[in-house]
Every structure is written in structure tokens, then in C-alpha cells.
Design a protein around this ligand. Structure first.
Ligand code: SDX
Length: 429
């Protein structure tokens, strides 16, 4: 029976070390015994951007990037997108099991009891300029929520953690919609808990005056599916931020704001907005070859393409591409879809993209649907943050309950000056 160990020989000393292999990993602190001099710190791994480093053990989400597989708690994303509501999936991600009918009813009621935000939060949002980016408002306002619930810092009390979970999942759609209404100079529409989670969000976004807003069922379902697809994605940049910031034992609002700030970046959750700006810039199908040439020349990226993990089609992009047809039947076809399809057609047969295994990711088509549904470009990253809040919280809880986790504090390879003495200002050149 082969031994589950790794034998390493340090050729600087001729010494050999046998390290245990667990879950196909070696524990990096086992490398510290590898030294040249006894008082050396010992060996570390060097892994900028964590290209090959497992930060944690998790049972929440599984991705196989080569096969294009995504599962939440073992369930394939395609089945969940087809058969569930977003809150059903959020329950699964947080609890580990799909809810029974009673559990789902109680969970939905609990969330609906926490959709309102303190009136002072509205005043706080009034302070933003009329043209403030809604994602900047979202990040700031979620952080500010920590000041309204000081008990949230009691993170080791399960009941307190649960209350903040309900508040965060319940309130993020309200914060998002209020940010949008502020940017339009329109009065806020308060939550209507008679509606579904997504119906209520659409109502807060688009209702005008006293006229009852009835979200189109196809669009309401499409948003539900998009929320399911965006709910979690293991250790992406923003979830890593949630875990790292949460590891200092700060309250979950502050950690969620940090995660949302990471998501805001155009390489991450800001990509869906960047895709539409790219399509606007290309403007017509006949300019696609020229644009592809500039990308291959290193003058920019094909936004919505590529992924750190998926080296095959992002399964979410496949679902979204099919969903687009259903939405466009209701809203009318987004003319930019033709540019996107041409970009994909050319990229998938071009050596530059094939060699780098660049495929459409979750952001490539989602923005086309959001735009067709009437959301402005700047709201796209906010639409990503709403459902991802349940994934962030699930990872935050898993991190807190993992006995192996401590405050995140990586090491560095120091290549700076050795000791040198102070130089008085009159002697500096
Ligand atoms: C999300 O991690 C997650 O799970 C994220 C996410 C989630 O659900 O949380 O899936 C959501 O963030 C999806 C990704 C959205 N971002 C974009 O669409 C932005 C465009 N994509 C790229 O910036 C890039 O593909 C990343 C950031 C997504 C991944 O970057 P990596 O893994 O660091 O890869 P890399 O930048 O090292 O690229 C490898 C090569 C490079 O070329 P060379 O230097 O080898 O010549 O591929 C090239 C890159 O220049 N490349 C691209 C490209 N993406 C990578 N070239 C053109 N267009 C692109 N989109």
C-alpha cells in the first residue's frame, strides 16, 4: 500500500524530509523544518494571488474547473436553477440541506421580517451625490449597518449570528433598491412582504407612485435563477475577503462590506458592468474582429471571458445563455446580444483564447439580461452582491466554526534593504 507521504530532499543540505499528505495537500507549516542553519525561520511556500493554496476546508460549494462542474452542497447548479427559489438555495448553502416545506415557509417568513432598514440609514444614503455609483453606496451602507446592530459583534453566540444572517439577507435587496432610487432621484419604495423575495426587490426598484407593480412572471423567475447562479462560488476573491476580514472576529456587516468591496472590482463582480461597456465600445458586429485584435495585442481584456478555475465553459454562463432567450421574448431582443455571440464565436475558435483556455464566464451574458430587464449598468455588480451575501455568510460561519482557523496573517518574502542607519535630512541627496 503506497504511503500517503511526500519525501523532499533539500539538496542544499542533503537532508530528506517525509511529509504527510492529507486531502492531497501537505500542511505548509510542515515545511518549516526544512532549514539550512538551525536558527533559520524555515521553508515557506510562495504563492502570489493564492494560485495553488487551499485557505480552508469547506463543504459548501464544489467546482471542477476542467469539467465545468458547479455544485452547492452536492447538488448540480443546473438542477437548483431549474427547480428552486433563491431563498431555498440560500437555506441549502447556509444549512447544508434543502429545506422541508415547513422549514422553507418559516425561513421565508423570517427573512421577510427583516427587509426594512432603519430610517436613519435612508438619511445616511441621502448624503451620497446624485451620481454616486450604487455599488459604492451598497458597500458603505452595509458597513454602516454594523452601527445599528452593535450586538452583531457577539459572533460566537449562534442566536446573534442567526439574527444578523436574517437581517443581512433580508436587507441587502432594500439597500440595493434604495441606492438605485437615490441615483434616479426617486422616492424610496418600501418592502412589500406580500411579494416574493425577487418580486419585492423588483417592486422596490421599479414601482412608480401608487400604481400596483406586478413584476412580469418570466422576469421575476429569470431574476430568481440569476440569484441562484450567483449565490456562492467557493473561494473567489470576495469570499476570501469575507473569510480573511471575518477572521479578525469583526461583526458580519463589516466583513460583508469588505467582501462587497472586493466584488466591486472589474476583474470580479464588476465584470458584468464592464462587459456591457465593452459591447457599447465595440458598437457593431463588423467591429468585432478589430476589437479581438486589440485584445490579442494585449491592449485590454475580453471582459466576461476567462476564469481562475474554469478552464472550460462556466456552467452558469450556459444556463444564463438559455435564460436570455426567455427574457428577450418578453423584453425584446437586446441588440448587443449579436455582438456578444459574435465575440464568443470568434474567441472560441481563436488560438489566443483556446491556448489560454478562455471561455465565457458568468458575467458574459448576465448583463445583457439585466439591461433588457431595465437595470442600469451601474446596478449590475449590486445584483451580484445581493445573492452572494448568502454565500459570504455561509463561508463566514464555516470559518468561525472551524477549529483549525485563526486570524489570517500570511508571511512574505522580504527582499528589501538590510539594516541601515538613519540619515539626517541635511545629509540626504
Ligand atoms: C467572476 O473566482 C471566481 O469564482 C469569480 C466568480 C465568482 O462567481 O465569484 O466566478 C465571478 O469574477 C468571474 C470573472 C469575471 N471577470 C472577468 O470577466 C474579467 C476578465 N477576465 C480576466 O480578467 C481573467 O480571466 C480573470 C481575472 C477572471 C482570471 O484571471 P487569472 O486566473 O489571474 O488569469 P490571468 O490573468 O493570469 O490570465 C492568464 C492569461 C494571461 O495571458 P498571458 O499573460 O499568459 O499572455 O490569459 C489572459 C491573460 O492576459 N487572459 C485574458 C483574459 N483573461 C485572461 N486575455 C483576454 N481577455 C481575458 N478576459
Amino acid at each position: 500500500m503506497p504511503k500517503e507521504t511526500l519525501t523532499i530532499t533539500d539538496n542544499r543540505t542533503g537532508k530528506t524530509f517525509e511529509l504527510p499528505i492529507v486531502n492531497n495537500t501537505i500542511h505548509s507549516t510542515d515545511l518549516r523544518q526544512i532549514k539550512v542553519k538551525d536558527d533559520d525561520f524555515g521553508m515557506m511556500t510562495y504563492d502570489p494571488a493564492f494560485m495553488n493554496t487551499a485557505l480552508c476546508k469547506s463543504t459548501i460549494t464544489f467546482i471542477d474547473g476542467d469539467k465545468g462542474i458547479l455544485r452547492y452542497r452536492g447538488y448540480p447548479i443546473e438542477q437548483l436553477a431549474e427547480k428552486c427559489t433563491y431563498l431555498e438555495v440560500a437555506y441549502l448553502i447556509l444549512h447544508g440541506e434543502l429545506p422541508t416545506k415547513e422549514q422553507l415557509t418559516s425561513w421565508t417568513t423570517d427573512i421577510k421580517l427583516h427587509t426594512f432598514i432603519h430610517e436613519n440609514v435612508k438619511l445616511l444614503m441621502e448624503g451620497f451625490r446624485y451620481d454616486a455609483h450604487p455599488m459604492g453606496m451598497f458597500v458603505s451602507t452595509v458597513a454602516a449597518l454594523s452601527t445599528f446592530y452593535p450586538e452583531a459583534g457577539n459572533i460566537f453566540d449562534a442566536g446573534t449570528r442567526w439574527k444578523q444572517t436574517l437581517r443581512l439577507i433580508g436587507k441587502v435587496p432594500t439597500v440595493a433598491a434604495f441606492a438605485y432610487r437615490h441615483s434616479k432621484g426617486m422616492p424610496y419604495v418600501y418592502p412589500d412582504n406580500e411579494l416574493s423575495f425577487t418580486g419585492n426587490f423588483l417592486n422596490m426598484m421599479f414601482r412608480i407612485g401608487t400604481v400596483k407593480y406586478n413584476p412580469h412572471p418570466v422576469l421575476e423567475r429569470a431574476l430568481e435563477i440569476l440569484f441562484i447562479l450567483h449565490a456562492d462560488h467557493e473561494l473567489n476573491c470576495s469570499t476570501t475577503a469575507m473569510r480573511n476580514v471575518g477572521s479578525s472576529h469583526v461583526d458580519p456587516y463589516s466583513a460583508t462590506a469588505a467582501a462587497a468591496a472586493a466584488l466591486y472590482g472589474p476583474l470580479h463582480g464588476g465584470a458584468n458592468e464592464a462587459v456591457l461597456r465593452m459591447l457599447d465600445q465595440i458598437d457593431s458586429i463588423d467591429k468585432v474582429p478589430e476589437f479581438i485584435k486589440t485584445v490579442k495585442g494585449g491592449e485590454g481584456k475580453l471582459m466576461g471571458f476567462g476564469h481562475r478555475v474554469y478552464k472550460n465553459f462556466d456552467p452558469r454562463a450556459q444556463v444564463i445563455k438559455k435564460l436570455a432567450d426567455q427574457v428577450f421574448e418578453v423584453t425584446g431582443r437586446n441588440p448587443k446580444l449579436d455582438i456578444a455571440l459574435e465575440l464568443e464565436r470568434i474567441a472560441l475558435q481563436d488560438e489566443y483564447f483556446m491556448k489560454r483556455k478562455l471561455y465565457p464566464n458568468v458575467d458574459f451574458y448576465s448583463g445583457l439580461i439585466y439591461q433588457a430587464m431595465g437595470f442600469p449598468l451601474q446596478m449590475f455588480p449590486v445584483l451580484f452582491a445581493i445573492p452572494r451575501t448568502s454565500g459570504w455568510i455561509a463561508h463566514w460561519q464555516e470559518m468561525l466554526q472551524d477549529p483549525e482557523q485563526k486570524i489570517a496573517r500570511p508571511r512574505q518574502v522580504y527582499l528589501g534593504y538590510d539594516k541601515r542607519d538613519f540619515v539626517p535630512i541635511q545629509s540626504r541627496k
